[in-house]
Design a protein around this ligand. Sequence first.
Ligand code: PNS
Length: 161
Amino acid sequence: MSRIAVVPGSFDPVTLGHLDVIERAAGIFDEVHVLVVHNPDKKAFLPVPERESLIRQAIQERGISSPVEVTNWSMGLLVDYLQQVGSNIIVKGLRSNVDLSYETPMSIVNRDLAEVETVFLLTAPEHGHVSSSLVRQVATLGGDISPYVPRSVATFLQKHR
Ligand code: PNS
């Protein structure tokens, strides 16, 4: 049976840190689903279809050849998506103990809800300071975001912001 891992997030926009986690997950599991989840607690910067398209372009640019599907979920619990595709593994990147504190309750609840395990991958040190919120702020104020995001994202945001 093939092992599907789901990498969920807002990806608003996708960063080099996210891409690193996606690539490493693709090297571990048979199939990876990158799931753009609408997070009602956060005000959206980019529409979900654009976030998905930028992730697809970044995966292609990076030359990730193992099976990676990019899709979105706004129909309820994350574990419902996992059950629908026959997965019991979530993969998340961890930059720091702040991320761990944020992720721990979600991991426990997802296990309570559906016996889904969360696998944490430590973010590569060179991306440890990178976040989508930092990218949004620098982009909005006209700064150079190219050190933090895939080339397709930098090009897109230069044109549209
Ligand atoms: O990139 P983010 O915003 O930190 O991602 C958080 C996300 C979207 C993965 C998280 O909010 C989530 O899992 N939302 C789905 C709703 C859900 O299933 N909640 C209950 C268990 S945590």
